[in-house]
Design a binder for this molecule. Structure first.
Ligand code: ZN
Length: 247
């Protein structure tokens, strides 16, 4: 099976639609690593789309805050304001959908899915030391995580941990990673709706374990259109500005 791996969509339907049209016909199933909503102006559109795609989805910290499972106390003021805006604007059926999302780790056809770290869905895995648990203890050799909004990840083989920095060049759609037998991987598809790794294009991945390849994709989208909707919605200025920089 070829899986489309989505993460950190953050209620950005323009980015999601651009990503989906760029890879139409290239996948057979969809998984989603959480943070479907939060920050962006289109919570219902994005939840509706994820539901329609029948994506195997786990929850993220922003989903928990927006649907009322958590009170967003540990969010910064800007994120908290966006969470409460999202809560007010979600339709009741979408609120319930988010409340019922499972936490990771979830296994899907040989892939393990987590939002943050393997043992803590809210932990940010940036450094190799933080990646070790996921690499060594995950139920699957290939684990996907999100939460940091950084495309890339880590591999582990013969006691060697390597950082994977594999991003498509400007103008290229994707960069491919060969999945080697006997190597364990902790991979981040990057963020659809709010990339923070310096590349403002929507980020995601396609995993084809039968053919032992993971593609890391970047797709440009109409950032200005999203910023206009965020302004009209009264969402916080820093969230609007950062989309253009991918930071
Ligand atoms: Zn996120």
């Amino acid at each position: 099976m070829r899986y489309l791996i989505l993460s950190d969509l953050h209620a950005n339907s323009t980015a999601l639609e651009a990503a989906l049209s760029a890879v139409a016909g290239r996948w057979e199933g969809v998984v989603c690593l959480g943070d479907v909503v939060g920050y962006g102006p289109d919570p219902n559109e994005v939840v509706d789309r994820v539901r329609a795609l029948q994506a195997k989805t786990i929850r993220g910290n922003h989903d928990k805050a927006a649907c009322g499972l958590e009170n967003a106390e540990d969010f910064n003021p800007v994120a908290r304001a966006a969470a409460s805006w999202t809560h007010e604007h979600l339709r009741p059926d979408n609120l319930i959908y988010l409340q019922e999302l499972p936490s990771g780790p979830l296994e899907a056809d040989g892939l393990a899915l987590v939002h943050g770290a393997l043992h803590d869905e809210d932990e940010y895995v940036f450094a190799p030391a933080q990646a070790l648990d996921g690499l060594l203890e995950s139920p699957s050799p290939v684990t996907f995580f999100g939460h940091t909004h950084f495309q890339g990840g880590f591999s582990f083989r013969d006691n060697q941990l390597e950082v994977i920095q594999l991003r498509p060049e400007p103008g290229a759609g994707f960069a491919a990673l060969r999945v080697e037998q006997g190597t364990r991987y902790l991979l981040n598809p990057g963020s659809i709706g709010q990339p923070r790794d310096g590349d403002p294009r929507a980020a995601f991945a396609i995993a084809d374990l039968d053919n032992r390849v993971v593609e890391f994709w970047r797709v440009p989208y109409d950032i200005d259109a999203v910023q206009q909707r965020m302004k009209r919605a009264g969402l916080p200025e820093p969230l609007i500005l950062r989309l253009a920089f991918g930071r």
